[in-house]
Unconditional design. Structure first.
Length: 225
């Protein structure tokens, strides 16, 4: 029993869970930056303090709040909010001006739900394996077969395993896992969807750390309002 307690204390020190949850309690928000989708003349439809809603409806057929309209070659394009929350930043100095593609123009302060708090904490404590390039990703056939049969949290991977297939320019390339050995605790991507370089694909948990991770989840569910 003493050995188990010692391992848990070491994990607690390595993870510093109390520090992580204190930060979430102090600022339980996600800050979503919105960038211009292409070059054009911009007209804002929100201001700092505006409440915005994400896409809704049974079939996601109701678009989110309109954030801005971008006009290029007399072709206006309305851009809608990807999340709910409150607008905390607007580049209102650009109102009526031409903007370049990819310029940060709005920030939305999104209040985190309990499941999002848990996901945020897990992203900090699990080993995150990230997309090496901008491409579409799929699990390797063997890994997908094991996930279909057992569920991803019963699939163990180790360095050197072929875990993903990267699809880029109509060419499929195997992606070899480099990281901690463990189970695939969290899946952060949708197979076949395009990801940017550096976006997280999976969160991996060493088996010895799994009981402690479960305690974190249980504690957040019990303590978080």
């Amino acid at each position: 029993m003493t050995g188990d307690t010692g391992r848990e204390d070491t994990m607690q020190e390595e993870i510093d869970f109390d520090d992580i949850i204190t930060k979430f309690r102090a600022d339980p928000f996600d800050y979503v930056d919105i960038h211009s989708i292409h070059t054009g003349r911009i007209r804002f439809k929100v201001e700092v303090g505006s409440k915005v809603e994400a896409v809704s409806g049974e079939w996601h057929h109701i678009p989110g709040s309109t954030l801005y309209v971008l006009n290029r070659e007399k072709n206006p394009k309305s851009v809608h909010s990807p999340t709910n929350g409150e607008v905390s930043f607007v580049r209102d100095d650009l109102e009526g001006q031409f903007v370049e593609a990819g310029e940060k123009i709005i920030t939305i302060k999104h209040p985190l739900k309990k499941r999002e708090i848990i996901d945020g904490i897990l992203r900090k404590v699990l080993f995150s394996f990230k997309a090496p390039e901008r491409a579409k990703y799929f699990f390797a056939m063997d890994i997908q077969s094991r996930i279909d049969k057992y569920g991803h949290r019963d699939v163990t991977i180790k360095p050197g395993d072929e875990v993903f297939t990267m699809s880029l320019m109509k060419r499929d390339t195997p992606v070899i896992y480099e990281g901690e050995p463990g189970i695939i605790h969290s899946v952060y991507f949708t197979p076949g969807a395009s990801l940017e370089q550096g976006e997280a694909l999976i969160g991996v948990c060493p088996k010895a750390k799994l009981p402690f991770i479960q305690k974190i989840i249980t504690r957040v569910k019990a303590e978080w309002e």
